[in-house]
Design a protein around this ligand. Sequence first.
Ligand code: PEP
Ligand code: MG
Length: 820
Amino acid sequence: MIGIVAVSHSARLGEAALELALQMVRGGGVRVLVAAGAGTDADGAAILGTDALAVAAAIDDLSADCDGVLVLMDLGSAVLSAELALELRMSDVPVRLTPAPFVEGLLAAVVSAAAGGSLEVVAEEASAALSAKSGQLGGPDEPASAAAPALARSDEATRVVTVRNPLGIHARPAALIAEGSAGTDVRLTRLPDGPEAAAASLSRLLMLGARQGDEVQLSATGADAEAALDRLVALFDDGFGEGTDAASPPEEIVQTRSTDSPTTAALVESGTVLSGRGVSAGRVAAQAVLLAAPLDEPDPRMTVDASERESEVSAIEWAAVAVADQLRRRTSNATGEARAILDASRLLASDPELVADATVLVRSKGRTAARAVWEAAVAHEKGLRAMGGRMAERAADIRDVRDRIIAEILDVEMPGVPERDEPFVLVAVDLAPADTAALEGGNCVALVTEQGGPTSHTAIIARSLGIPAVVGAAGATGIAPGAHVLVDGERGTVEVDPSSTRIAEAKAAAIVVPFDGEGVLADGRPIALLANVGGAAEAVTAAASKAEGVGLFRTEFCFLDRVDAPSVDEQVEAYRGVLAAFPGRRVVVRTLDAGSDKPLPFANADAEENPALGVRGLRIARRSPGLLDDQLRALALAADAESALVEVMAPMVATVDEARDFADRARAAGLEKVGVMVETPSAALLASEMLEVVDFVSIGTNDLAQYTLAADRLLGELGDLNDPWQPAVLRLIGQAGAAGRRWNLPVGVCGEAAADPTLAAVLVGLGVTSLSMTPRALGRVAAALAAVTVEQCDAAAEAVLRAATAADARAAASAVLSGD
Ligand code: PEP
Ligand code: MG
């Protein structure tokens, strides 16, 4: 087996890239270690950098069970650490350092290593990884390796399939193809005369450039050929679990990567609500800024009249000063390695030689200011390259300063991730891994992209930065730069120019108030404040935010990209990751809530007319009881292995029979505390009867509002209906609360309503005993509860139960709670 070491300046980048890569092979059969960061500073903050000793230790660690080790590095200076690590390591396992691109290379290497590739093969796969993207972005030319389809051999089995998923064969489908063909010599050819790729090669598959609607010929020989082709046909037909809806043509998307004048994206009007997929929770409002297009080389044919040359010279000098100033300001806000990089750029911008050389070109040759800076920078870059070693690495800094000065001269946006002193929402077609470093520590407060899915770079970057993100928001690059947008990373919506009240609400919600770890009313009554999480990383963040436990672990989030059901062992591992973050604390685990907005191919791949009303949540157990029983078994095993106090609950329950059946199964699996979610009006109305067969209920106000008001929760347009302040929803919550009081059993709320500080007090008055929310909201809700007594909560509840409209309910509650 070949082991892989990923050397990154940022631990979060390293872990995120690893998470992405391991999803390609479902974590199985590969040994990958991340050697990232350079420790922590005095305040405990991570220092960006690399550490040769850590790289050497990772190599030595892998040498115990690997025949070779491939080392990937993110930025140039990581190379130095990796090279030094070769001197420092103790083992003599063969090691290769690869110049492969960090994320693409890691993905390709992991897939190749999982398929049993030798060190050479794995290294070659990693190095070839960038050619796939270059091939895709390089226009109509086929990549160099393109080959016409081979004629079928007589013993060859063949099939022709259509690429159905919107994004075509990108990394994830490619990894599924590689996995599905394991052990068989399958080849793919894009028809009619596109390139051919071996199914085992991730990079070759990506170079096929196969997009939605393209036909692909699969061919294989050997005993297992038919079975392997059947597996691959099923994957293509299923759209690789990514859906088969029509997508807008990718060409259009690539061309719209522009700052101020998107040429092909239709302008998005004020008031529009774009829908995409929420992949990182949170809600913020800020100005939209588009990822800037690369700067074109200034035209060498343009010349400046002698009379105007001095003003061009001044333009260069002023621009250089302005850039040095900008960098100085940024340097003072930066820390660690980012500070060192900015400082170096600032010195380059103030370098008198660069400016002097450029001004000579203007005066002597009549070059335009922009062209002169470009040429002067090229000469400086060459000089640095000739020096080799560390100096050669500065060439990129020269280009960075060159672009900054030219952008300043031309008064255009600096290419790449924009820099802003104010918070902004970055809108792009998609983000590259390299954009991560630029986002870290900046003022970007949310991401919106036209492409991408739950495991896309954007999603990973956003989750690692802890900012909301919506991906797959078609038409987003048509949002006018500077327009205000409200990004809801849970609902997957992007509101363009929302009302000032909506902006104010979101802004207030974005300020994180610290939580001291205890939810309690002014008179001392405890109200447990818990966190909603979707996996181990979020659980760790929740624990760091001092959540008292987990009130909703959305287990389906662990398996969104899976085509096949996860094994019991895989599930145990995923669940233990969350439980481990809360030793001795309550963790409420929800069984898979597949369907509707969260389809899981292995649970419910059917195209239903009304998915929100279809076979989703607990209803999947009608068809696949084994899936539920396996999950319950895995959970019981995870609970045995950890000390967290595990409770389990079922989503989308409508009848008492369903609740009883679920409770029986959960208890048979060894889980003692069993509950159901109240997400349907039926469950709310029957809450008392439900509590005769289960130990607790937890109200999912997101779905309860959707089903009570009969308004699709994904439609921003119906946002006013999907409002937990709607009196009908409040009355149903009141029914569930009253049932809890009758039986003296817990009634939680784990929908978004729990994060609304005013509503939180009302919910307590309605009989709710715990509130579970995004960890960022804990402090604000705790502060609101600490300011009110049980009596005030009860009075607020009584007041909202008399209200006829959502506005009345809000006003009545605010009046009671503020003591007016
Ligand atoms: C809810 O419906 O309120 C809930 C918490 O579940 P989800 O948002 O995951 O559907
Ligand atoms: Mg729900």
